[in-house]
Design a protein. Structure first.
Length: 211
């Protein structure tokens, strides 16, 4: 029997391992969002997860590793929400309507929990050279996603205006800055207010060539 197929307490080892890893990620997002990454130790992450350091080191090597994994999970889930929004688009989409749906899906995912938003937009900034490089790689990945998303959003003749890398970076920068202000606001406005501000910016970056 392989390790994947072994049972412990009636459950597969891989299932228990995945659940344990998720407990660390959930705990990290919660306490990094509440107290800030710089103010939380590895012991704090373990205590919040209700797991031991030995179990932590079976999943991660450093405290920064769990931050990277939490950030990636938040980004991946937001990407999935955006993809779900795009899947409902018709064959002749209206750019404003479809960009509104796409941004609502993306920001609704991240903004569903302020802790997630704080980790995604604040706590990962300036942590280390490695983290900054990883954030840049994720931005480039989002550039590719945005480029591929433009035809479904605005029609087959649509493209990103100007340099796609710069245009996508401009939109991502606007999202990050606006989300940061949203997190600091008291009372915090609904996510729909962010979408309302961002939609005209996003639509302005789309160029529709005549058929």
């Amino acid at each position: 029997m392989t390790i994947e197929g072994r049972q412990y307490g009636g459950r597969a080892v891989t299932e228990r391992k995945a659940e344990r890893r998720q407990r660390f990620l959930d705990a990290a997002i919660r306490i990094f969002g509440e107290r800030g990454y710089a103010n939380c130790s590895l012991a704090d992450v373990c205590a919040a997860a209700g797991l031991s350091k030995r179990q932590f080191y079976e999943e991660f090597q450093t405290r920064e590793d769990v931050l990277v994994a939490a950030y990636d999970q938040i980004q991946d889930q937001a990407g999935a929400a955006l993809a779900t929004a795009l899947s409902t688009m018709g064959s002749d989409p209206d750019p404003t309507e479809t960009v509104t749906q796409a941004l609502s899906g993306f920001l609704g995912s991240i903004g569903s929990d302020p802790h997630r938003a704080k980790v995604a937009f604040v706590e990962v900034v300036g942590v280390s050279e490695r983290m900054e490089q990883h954030r840049r790689e994720r931005r480039h990945a989002w550039t590719d996603i945005i480029r591929l998303a433009v035809p479904p959003l605005a029609g087959t003749n649509a493209a990103i205006r100007g340099n796609p890398e710069l245009a996508a970076s401009a939109l991502i920068g606007a999202i990050n800055g606006l989300a940061h202000e949203w997190l600091l606001s008291e009372p915090r406005p609904p996510v729909s207010d962010l979408v309302e501000v961002l939609v005209p910016m996003a639509v302005s970056l789309i160029l529709r060539e005549p058929s």
